[in-house]
Design a binder for this molecule. Structure first.
Ligand SMILES: Nc1nc2c(ncn2[C@@H]2O[C@H](COP(=O)(O)OP(=O)(O)OP(=O)(O)O)[C@@H](O)[C@H]2O)c(=O)[nH]1
Length: 325
């Protein structure tokens, strides 16, 4: 008797180096009227739940994986969450996994082939890599994860085109092409791409990956993270002074932005009803109100830095000095 094949849930792995625009893309996907039911799995790197708060409130369920990189320590966690989702596959159209900016996508992709149950019930649809047109060239030289993310991509969103001239964009694009001649490259500003360019592609090809990395299925991908990159989280119960914070944070990124790869905070400023979000990618800074504080939640400011040599920068003292008088 013929067996009825179990439907496989398509999975999109969203990757890209720190600050490239993954959450921006995710929020675009979640706010579009797509009529689909997605489950989202978000992995963070020491970001004390900040990322989760930056993902828009949508109907979709968001599963947060903390404390560790998806490609290493928390892979078991990924399999466990997938296991739960597979039990209600009939109510799900797709799963989206957002990795940390420091993840090597290979072991994440491998999960969908080597774990038997996951392999039977899900299908890796595509690896979508968001690339930061401003910073990619520098990242490729310094962080091998950035190169892996490009190498494994089925689609590369060359993002932040609003900040880079045409000639430089062509240069970055050529660089991407040299690492990965197969990926589709789409130029975007704030990840403004139609959803059908990133979801439901059926683009991931095991054959192609095996051609690039013959031991993809068998190696245990015990890759080494850049030990120099660490994270530091700061919190404050006391309201902060907006002007003082802006001046400190702006100066800090100007002077230490080489080593501060990524920064983000959800902040409580004195006299402001709304939450504020401040973010940095190296020296580029962005800040805006982000709506009211959740009802009943304490107004605690949280700020996180990811980078090198964070200890010597007086971050804690600088942050504390921003308290409103
Ligand atoms: N100018 C400009 N800024 C952008 C663009 N896309 C994203 N940003 C900003 O870049 C910063 C990082 O964007 P995110 O979407 O949080 O990046 P991410 O890849 O999720 O970051 P991590 O998860 O921390 O690695 C934010 O301040 C965004 O507002 C873009 O196309 N142009």
């Amino acid at each position: 008797m013929d067996q009825i094949a179990t439907p496989q849930i398509p999975v999109t792995v969203l990757t890209g180096f720190l600050g490239a625009g993954k959450t921006t893309l995710l929020n675009r996907i979640l706010t579009e009227r797509h009529g689909k039911r997605y489950a989202v799995i978000v992995n963070e790197f020491g970001e004390t739940g900040i990322d989760n708060d930056l993902v828009v409130n949508a109907d979709e369920e968001v599963f947060e994986m903390n404390n560790g990189c998806i490609c290493c320590t928390v892979r078991g966690d990924l399999i466990r969450i997938l296991g739960g989702l597979m039990k209600r596959a009939d109510r799900l159209d797709a799963i989206i996994v957002e990795t940390t900016g420091l993840a090597d996508p290979a072991p994440v992709a491998q999960t969908f082939f080597v774990d038997q149950e996951v392999a039977e019930r899900t299908r890796l649809d595509a690896i979508v890599t968001v690339a930061d047109a401003v910073h990619l060239a520098g990242q490729l030289g310094e962080h091998h994860e950035a190169e892996e993310q490009i190498a494994f991509a089925d689609v590369v969103l060359l993002n932040k085109t609003d900040l880079v001239g045409d000639a430089d964009l062509s240069g970055v694009e050529a660089r991407i092409r040299r690492i990965n001649p197969y990926a589709k490259i789409i130029r975007t500003a704030r990840c403004d791409t139609p959803l059908d360019a990133v979801l439901g592609l059926n683009a991931f090809s095991l054959e192609r990956v095996l051609a690039v990395e013959p031991d993809f299925l068998t190696s245990d991908h015990d890759h080494e993270h850049d030990e120099d990159v660490t994270s530091l989280s700061l919190t404050s119960d006391a309201p902060l002074d907006l002007a003082a914070f802006q001046t400190w944070f702006g100066r800090l990124l100007q002077t230490r932005g080489q080593d501060i790869l990524r920064s983000k905070g959800i902040l409580n400023f004195a006299g402001e009803a709304d939450r504020y979000v401040f973010q940095g990618v190296h020296m580029l800074m962005d800040g805006a109100p982000m709506g009211s504080w959740p009802e009943g939640a304490p107004r605690v400011s949280r700020l996180v830095f990811i980078g090198r040599n964070l200890d010597g920068m007086g971050l804690r003292e600088g942050f504390e000095a921003c308290r409103a008088a």
